[in-house]
Design a protein around this ligand. Structure first.
Ligand SMILES: Nc1ncnc2c1ncn2[C@@H]1O[C@H](COP(=O)(O)OP(=O)(O)O)[C@@H](O)[C@H]1O
Ligand SMILES: [Mg+2]
Length: 359
């Protein structure tokens, strides 16, 4: 179903994006592929659909929801491995070989499809040993195994370093593995790949970008989705929705689902989408040390104050003292790195802008 709110896994549920899908499919099996695009532009859907259709054995690690600690990371890895071991009747050979090899790795215990990884310092298995077992298992069966890491930039600090080192090691030594990494906070993702200090620096990677739908595509998507759901919605409302949701397929899906399944109108769907965007902004702010400054700048930007002078005097008025240019510069850079605003200080997403007005 086009309006199904979870990430798509099947070609028939994926609207358009033929070119992006074909590109990603042709890249699977290469050492490193990056899938980049704003939040809710269909990265996870594209990756899962390409993987499902590809015939490659794959493991999917989902870093979406949290900024993982080492413990979280190991739990996510064991979840990914368990899903792989439980994934139906295909790739039995690779799976059996993997179980046999993984049992030899220190800090791992397996029973049935449950995989426990120790995470304590000195106890935990090295990620490269786990990847090594996967590499060897794939090699024995003559296949390339794809490891997808969704929203990889969520990992920070030590966890990020551990992951990046494991990717770099695998890139250089584990030829039967293919990595697909994705990220919504695009500059942060590029930093993993292109910063001279980063472990992966200098390795070639392939790239697939997701995009906003054009206005006519967005309208067509909504029409097809409503038709599929058997709900009739006036052309005027469809046009208005496409205009307000700015071609972001995740918001179009959210609206379509709310309208078709829950019967809520555009304004109601808009309000609850703004709430959702607002909670994402709140999470972003919770991670900032000087969150009150960020809050103010986001609010000013949302209200259309985009010029340096206006933003700076806004900050100074609030704090009742001079604020250095550096402070404002870093706030704006951080907002850009997290793909919240673009180089003209415009919000990348109209729902985030609306949510920021109420901060
Ligand atoms: N090509 C598509 N066709 C239909 N729905 C899609 C498509 N791409 C994404 N969606 C929907 O949009 C929402 C966000 O998609 P997702 O793949 O999670 O995006 P991202 O990973 O970029 O944040 C989900 O509800 C998903 O079902
Ligand atoms: Mg995603």
């Amino acid at each position: 179903m086009l309006f199904d709110p979870s990430p798509k896994r099947k070609r028939e549920d994926l609207y358009d994006f033929d070119e992006e899908l074909a590109k990603l499919q042709s890249y699977l099996g290469q050492p490193l592929v990056a899938v980049v695009g704003l939040r809710r532009t269909g990265k996870t859907s594209l990756i899962l659909t390409a993987l499902e259709e590809s015939g490659h054995p794959y493991i999917f690690f989902d870093l979406r929801t949290i900024s993982p600690s080492t413990k979280d990371l190991y739990q996510l890895v064991s979840k990914g491995l368990e899903d792989f071991l439980a994934s139906g009747s295909t790739w039995t050979g690779v799976r059996n070989a993997f179980v046999r090899l993984l049992k030899l790795v220190r800090g791992v215990s397996i029973s049935g499809v449950s995989v426990d990884l120790a995470w304590g310092r000195g106890e935990r298995p090295m990620l490269t040993d786990i990847f090594g077992a996967l590499n060897e298992a794939a090699g024995e069966e003559g296949s390339k195994l794809v490891i997808a890491v969704d929203e990889v930039q969520r990992a920070t600090g030590q966890v990020s370093v551990a992951l990046q080192n494991a990717f770099a090691y695998s890139y250089d030594h584990l030829r039967n593995l293919s990595f697909v990494i994705s990220g919504s906070e695009m500059q942060l993702l590029y930093r993993l790949l292109e910063d001279p200090e980063a472990p992966l620096y200098g390795r070639a990677f392939l790239e697939v970008k997701t995009r906003r739908l054009a206005r006519d595509e967005a309208e067509d998507f909504l029409e097809k989705g409503f038709e599929e759901a058997g709900v009739s919605v006036g052309q005027g409302e469809i046009e208005e929705a496409a205009a307000r949701l700015d071609g972001i397929i995740g918001w179009l899906t959210y609206y379509g689902y709310s309208r078709a399944i829950r019967g809520s109108g555009l304004d109601e769907a808009w309000r609850s989408a703004v709430n959702l965007a607002g909670s994402e902004l709140a999470n972003f702010l919770a991670c900032r040390v000087s969150r009150e400054r960020y809050r103010l700048i986001l609010k000013l930007l949302a209200r259309g104050v985009k010029e340096w002078g206006g933003l700076k005097s806004g900050l100074e008025d609030r704090e009742g003292k001079r604020v250095s240019d550096r402070v404002l510069y870093e706030i704006l850079e951080t907002l850009r790195k997290h793909s919240l605003i673009d180089e003209h200080n415009d919000f990348q997403d109209p729902l985030l802008r609306e949510a920021a007005k109420g901060l």
